[in-house]
Each structure stands twice: as C-alpha cells, then as structure tokens.
Design a protein around this ligand. Structure first.
Ligand SMILES: [Fe+2]
Length: 355
C-alpha cells in the first residue's frame, strides 16, 4: 500500500511576508461575529512581534508557555479557554512560535471539533472530524512541524502525536526575518533536529526517491548553514526545515528520534537538544553523520549537556527503554525488519547510560 500524502495547500515565503497575515486570514472571517485565535509563544510578550499580530476586536490572543513540551492536559485546558471565549468556534487558529507552539495550535484546532480529551487521539488516524482552519508562522527553523501530519504530545502514558491528515496546516507563513533573534544554542539544537531528520531519512530502509529528493536538498542547505555559515542562513534553514519535514513525511526518522523520545519522556528534555544528546552516542549507526554533526558543533561553538542519565534510577532507565523501543517503525527504518535482534533492551540501556 502506498501512502496518499496530504500536503500543506498554501505556503507563503519571503522576508517580511508576515505583514500579509491579515489579508491571508481575511477570507475566513465570513461574518461580523467571526473571530480568530492567535496561539503565541509567550517569549514574544512585549516584543516587537506582539505589536505586529493582526488582531481584530473579537479575536483572542492566547499566550502559551512552552518551557515544557506540549502535554495533553495543557492542550485540554487551552482548548477549553478557547471554547469559553465566544459562543461559536473560531474561524481560524494561528500558531506563532517554534515547534511546540505550532503543535499546540494544531492540537487546539483538532480538539475544538473532536470530543473528549486529547489523550484519546494520541496515535495514528484516530481523529474523527476535520479541524478548525489552522495556520502556522514558525519563528524557529528546523523541527519540520510546519509541514508534518502530527502534533507531538506527552500524555500520562506515552509521548505520541495526534497523527492525521486533519493535523496538517491549511496555511504556512515562512518569513525568515522572524527567526533573527533566536539564541545561538537554540538555533543550533533546532537546526540539528533538521540535520538529523535528513540523516535518518537518507540512511533509512524506507528511503524512496520522493524522500531522497527532499532529504538531499535539505542536507545540502544544512551544510551551507552550519559548515559554511552562509550569509543567507536564516532563509536557507527555513527551507531546510520544510524540506527535511517533507523527506521524513514520506519515509521515517530513526534510532536517534526513538531514543530521544524515551529520554524526553522521563527527563522532559526538549526535542532539539534531546536529539543532539542522543545523536552524539550513535556513531555505530550513523558514523559519517555523527562525525559531521560534531564538526558542526565545533564550528558553531556550542556544546551539549552530558551526564544526564548517571543519577537516574533503574526504573527510570527501564521506562526510557520501553518508550524508545515502542516506536517500531522508527527502528525498522533504521535497522530493517529484524531490528529487535539488534536493538535489544541491553543495547538500548548501554546507549542511554552514555548520555
Ligand atoms: Fe525531530
């Protein structure tokens, strides 16, 4: 069976294109009561960007905190807040921020039209009803959240996304100017998320020409950004993120992402830095990629946290292993159908203990 891949239908790209957001949403405002909700990372409170959000009288500005990656309980609470804002549902949900803010916007738009808690929909194609129209304005490049069909959520039992065709954004606004103030570490960690998407996709057993075409271009752009430090890096990394997302959408990520999910489930480590910590111990599986990653780390003058697992209880380590090994498709992509004989619990444990 071939997957029938849902794409973002509308994309605008270019420095300063954020100024067109109001006119992009305008057609959604079908009557005088129509209102939109802007889901915005609270780091922008009081910043220049706050004043540029095209808010109308009845609109809602929903600040979100992404110190922790999105949790199902947080999504449920935010969805209620949005429902309480007016009698009718909003005409649009617009996420402004990095991967977590975009995933929150996706989740809210889905949960406004699907009954019950978001925990019920963690998995593949469990969403029943189409979401409210939703748009993304990334202010950080690398996660690929702007193009993916998932909204990654941590629930009481698992870290697993709301994967569905309805999750895909209706509109993406790619304005590289918005990424100008990202701190150096954050820029590197999130950029490496993209780099790792490329490596895992291009070295995976699920690879096909579709994924390869996007993955190779994304990898080339990552190298221009992190090895050559090209002057147009903001524009290049924004497109690398999009293309990296396109590449994994039709293939899969691999060992690094699987292990990083285990790490972040227990320690709450953010996705980008979690991927860097994990990738650094995977030279056995991605030898050239890890070598190049370390060169990029040197060039950018960034380091990664180490010794994260040394004081953890045995129970916590076992939980990490269980979460990581539960992601079958990622392992199959990395190691082939026989992956269970290679990535045993002992092997996974030895990798976690090096982080
Ligand atoms: Fe990722």
């Amino acid at each position: 069976m071939f997957r029938n891949f849902k794409l973002v239908p509308n994309i605008i790209f270019g420095r300063g294109c954020f100024a067109q957001l109001d006119e992009i949403i305008e057609p959604r405002r079908e009557n005088s009561n129509a209102w939109a909700v802007f889901v915005v990372d609270e780091v922008f409170k009081g910043k220049d960007l706050e004043g540029r959000i095209p808010l109308h009288d009845k609109d809602m500005l929903l600040w979100v905190n992404v110190d922790d990656e999105p949790k199902t309980a947080y999504v449920d609470r935010l969805t209620l807040e949005v429902k309480d804002h007016a009698d009718a549902l909003p005409c649009a949900v617009i996420g402004i921020g990095g991967g977590s803010s975009m995933d929150l916007a996706k989740s809210i738009s889905l949960m406004l039209t699907n009954e019950g808690s978001s925990t019920l929909y963690q998995g593949w194609d469990l969403i029943q009803n189409p979401a409210v129209y939703h748009a993304a304005v990334p202010t950080l490049s690398g996660t690929g959240a702007e193009v993916s069909r998932t909204a990654v959520l941590t629930g009481p039992e698992k870290k697993l996304g709301l994967n569905s065709d309805y999750t895909v954004f209706d509109q993406v606004v790619l304005d590289p100017e918005l990424t100008a103030d990202v701190p150096k570490e954050q820029h590197f960690y999130t950029g490496m998320d993209c780099y790792i998407h490329c490596i895992e996709s291009l070295q995976g057993t699920y690879l096909n020409e579709f994924s390869k075409a996007y993955g190779e271009k994304s990898l080339d752009l990552c190298r221009q950004v992190f090895l050559d430090q090209h002057p147009d890096s903001a524009d290049k990394l924004m497109m690398a993120s999009f293309f990296g997302g396109m590449s994994i959408a039709y293939s899969q990520v691999g060992a690094c992402h699987a292990l990083s999910y285990g790490l972040s489930f227990v320690l709450g480590t953010h996705h980008g830095v979690g991927c860097c910590i994990t990738f650094d111990v995977l030279e056995e599986y991605y030898p050239e990629g890890v070598k190049e990653f370390r060169t990029m780390m040197d060039k950018c003058g960034v380091d990664i946290p180490r010794g994260l697992t040394k004081d953890l209880s045995q129970g916590d380590i076992e939980t990490m292993i269980t979460v990581a090994l539960g992601l079958d498709p990622l392992w199959e992509n990395c190691l082939g159908k026989d992956w269970k004989s290679v990535m045993t619990r002992d092997k996974a444990r030895s990798l976690f203990l090096r982080m």
